[in-house]
Design a protein around this ligand. Sequence first.
Ligand SMILES: Cc1ncc(COP(=O)(O)O)c(C=O)c1O
Length: 426
Amino acid sequence: MTNLTQSKDEQALVNLANQVLPAGGFGNLSSNVVIREGKGGRVWDVSGNEYVDYLLGSGPMLIGHGHPDVLAAIQEQVARGTTFFANNEHGIRLAAEIIDAVACAEKIRFVSTGSEATFYAMRLARAHRKRDCILKFEGGYHGMSDYALMSMAPKRPGNFPQATPDSAGIPQRIRDEVLIAPFNDAEMAASLIREHQDNLGGIIVEPFQRLLRPTPGFLETLRELASEFGIPLIFDEVVTGFRFAYGGAQAYYGVTPDICALGKVIGGGFPLAAIAAKEEFMVHFDKNAVAEGEFMPQIGTLSGNPVAAVAGLATLDILKQPEIYDGLFATGKRLMQGLESILKDAGVEAQVIGEPPLFDVFFTSGGLSDYRGMQGNDAGKAARFNATLREQGILKGDSKFYVSVAHDDADVEKTLTAFEIAVKTV
Ligand SMILES: Cc1ncc(COP(=O)(O)O)c(C=O)c1O
């Protein structure tokens, strides 16, 4: 039984979206809901239905929607101007804050999206090592560039290390420059790195791939081999940065890459992302500091945008408060453990995986350590589970619960009640 109703206004907007947007949407969440506003850990659609929000704008809203400190900072800045192209104080201060927090960050460059950040990170690695080939992991998501859209979600996974393009329109030659390995298989990664060391410009990995934790030793092996052969190691921390710890996944898992891509949380809900790396890499962005042919231009109209920067700074200020991460992890653990025990009591074959700030349930009893294991998820059950949660006023992405610092006891209680109902439908 659904608790939702759709108003004429929302229906009209959905119809209009179907006329003006391909597939009726922005390409993100399914297009049958139109969100009107958010506050703290909740959002409301145009019909007025209220949801506990585990979508969190696909991750940026870690401290919740409309935090008063963030609002005040934005409002003050908006009145002073919204973009200048020239350096601004807040962007400079945000860069300094990120450098303080993130182990591999000695210098920063800002971009507007995570896709751009990983795109530049890979180019930076290639420029530094003067090789073209990138090693990435099957199922790893690094945004929308040609290099990134290789074996991200292959329908028919090929033989390793052959890449399968995920999009039409990618030149065949790019495919030949990407090698694919299974996530969490240190042995296979090591043998591919040894075999192809001479061609590899960089290794890119999500340290926590989608919902998969790295098995002990996996990231360490990548780190060791990258150092041994002088191949730049890139962590894509667009999701994990400032989420798993203030210092990101590199602090949480204790492995420091050479280069990282950041996004989502650092923009406080605005389009801002960054490439951060050790000085020896970032020097490629400085024309006067490198030889001709080693320089990488990096220009963006909105890079370091002051509104995004104040939102990011205010967000990081909140995250620096004592016990913020303890609270976040406690909320995530209650949800994960609650869901696990409801599934167990109902005798449903399933596994709740991830880390407390970011998790989901997989309806399979098979191994879940790489992309192919994740394909064992019963898609029908997952769809029914998600649809029932939506009907019960729980908003989430297809395969993720993003937990917020703003989720409170009432949100958790409501979610656990919805879990009870949703688990019965699978
Ligand atoms: C790990 C990872 N990298 C890169 C991106 C791309 O970021 P954006 O959507 O800001 O371009 C995402 C987006 O979800 C991501 O999850």
